[in-house]
Design a binder for this molecule. Structure first.
Ligand code: NAD
Length: 466
């Protein structure tokens, strides 16, 4: 059996190995899930959500241990790991409330004729997740999928396979029946085996855009319901009436939080007109970030080299590297993969640093004269996850909100992740498929509806539809 090494980004040392599930192993997991579905799918929803209440308590009880595990395999700071888990727990809360919010509807549609709807689980479903949020992104998926009666196979990133296993243990401890949730470890081949398996009814994916596009097409071709969230290139726009200090802190924490490895991270900063005070404050704020303390590691040596390649090429193209994070070494963690905060100025709008997802703590600054020019740059980018504006004018904020081409908009907030029950999901090439991954769209994605029309009346009279 094929195995893969799990390397800690903090130190570069080996954390463990995973056995890669091949097609027969995927098939065995699907069979177990299908068997579990026979009972779970028929369990009343009020009973199905009970383990989720206990699961939330268990995650909270073990929060420190789980956060440290996320940090060990992902490299972000423990505080960031904890924040991600807490955000994921909001979806558990939402899923546990499904009996209260998804009651279906009933209407007397004609005299003595009632129409009502019932929702049903799809069956065995799958989730495929990225490295950057080992707990939170799986938590966007399985609580709602399970609460709605499906049995779930999670294929986590092979770079962070340990946290999901721990989540599975806590689900069992919370009383979830065996095989309602399973972790299937592996890489591309495992994903393809899941997508091709006829026993899987639907799959959600979160990862980079190129892979999202491929996974979406393959799953759809195999007749599955698919929702695939992709990469991002998020624009933050600063106008001259923005408050410099608040803006600087917020912009820098958006660009450097989780070492920039967030699909909601600031990647391009567009200043409109004279924003010198904000730029000075941003530069100072970036210099105050300390790698290894309030800046985590990059996921791998290859990812670090890729990010530094962007900075090298920007410099070669004539950019000013105002803050340079290349060659960062953290004392005591010399084998770790760190890139310090990086601020790049003076590039053309079409430079790769202003267009492509870098996925590191790198902020590219563009200067324009009008908000229209800034919006044109934001609109032209193919991604559409998040976009934010910093201003003290409500009218400017509203103007921006209406014209930005992204699914999640921030006003004076650099990471505009909607809190549940507002759902998570971008636009354009940041998403393939319909609807968002959490909130009520999550319920719709993991279920199918049956409409029942019935007539219980003593009268034999008929009309055109009954
Ligand atoms: P990735 O696309 O490399 O991997 C994601 C998952 O797909 C992993 O489980 C991986 O094993 C699998 N995979 C990789 N290549 C595959 C292939 N060719 N065919 C089938 N499966 C494949 O992404 P990553 O590097 O783990 O995560 C970072 C990316 O995820 C970034 O682009 C980031 O923007 C994106 N992301 C998006 C969101 C969002 O909500 N839109 C959230 C988090 C991360």
């Amino acid at each position: 059996m094929n195995t893969l090494e799990v390397i800690s980004p903090l130190t570069g040392s080996l954390l463990g190995n995973i056995a890669v599930a091949d097609a027969p192993a995927v098939d065995a997991a699907v069979q177990r899930a299908a068997e579990a579905f026979q009972t779970w799918g028929l369990t009343p929803v009020k009973e199905r959500v009970q383990p989720l209440f206990r699961f939330k308590q268990l995650v909270e009880k073990n929060l420190r241990e789980l956060s440290e595990l996320v940090t060990a395999e992902n490299g972000k700071t423990v505080e960031e790991s904890e924040a991600g888990i807490r955000k994921g727990l909001e979806v558990v809360e939402f899923a546990a409330a499904i009996p209260m919010i998804a009651r279906g509807g009933k209407l007397e549609v004609s005299r003595g004729v009632d129409c009502y709807s019932r929702s049903y689980p799809l069956g065995v479903v799958a989730g495929i997740t990225p490295f950057n949020f080992p707990a939170m992104v799986p938590l966007w998926m399985f609580p709602i999928a399970i609460a709605t009666g499906n049995t779930f196979l999670l294929k986590p990133s092979e770079q962070v396979p340990l946290t999901p296993v721990r989540l599975g243990e806590l689900l069992l401890e919370a009383g979830l029946p065996e095989h309602v949730f399973q972790v299937v470890q592996g890489d591309r081949g495992t994903v393809e085996a899941l997508l091709d398996h006829p026993g899987i009814a639907a799959a959600a994916f979160v990862g980079s855009t190129n892979v999202a596009r491929q996974v979406y097409a393959r799953g759809i071709a195999a007749g599955k319901r698919m929702l695939c969230l992709g990469g991002a290139k998020n624009h933050l726009i600063v106008v001259p009436d923005a408050e410099p200090e608040i803006t600087a802190k917020n912009v820098v924490s958006s660009a450097t939080g989780c070492a920039g490895q967030r699909c909601m991270a600031a990647s391009v900063l567009i200043t409109v007109g004279n924003c010198d005070a904000v730029m000075r404050a941003i530069e100072a704020e970036m210099r105050a970030v300390v790698p290894g303390k309030n800046l985590g590691a990059i996921i791998s040596g290859a990812a670090k080299a890729r990010i530094e390649g962007f900075i090298d090429r920007a410099e070669a193209a004539g950019a000013r590297i105002a803050v340079d994070g290349r060659g960062t070494v953290v004392q005591g963690r010399e084998g770790g993969f760190y890139v310090g905060p990086t601020l790049i100025e003076g590039l053309d709008v079409g430079n790769e640093c202003a267009c492509d997802e870098i996925f590191g703590p790198v902020l590219t600054v563009l200067h324009v004269d009008t908000l229209e020019e800034a919006l044109a740059i934001e609109n032209a980018n193919p991604y559409g996850n998040a976009a934010s504006i910093y201003t003290s004018s409500g009218a400017t904020a509203r103007y921006f909100e209406e014209r930005a081409s992204a699914g999640m908009i921030g006003v004076n907030i650099g990471v505009p992740v909607p809190r549940e029950p507002f759902a998570f999901g971008g636009w354009n090439e940041s998403k393939f498929g319909i609807g968002d991954i959490t909130g009520e769209d999550g319920i719709r994605f993991w279920t199918k509806e049956k409409k029942i029309t019935q007539k219980w009346t003593a009268s034999a009279s008929q009309n055109w539809m009954s």
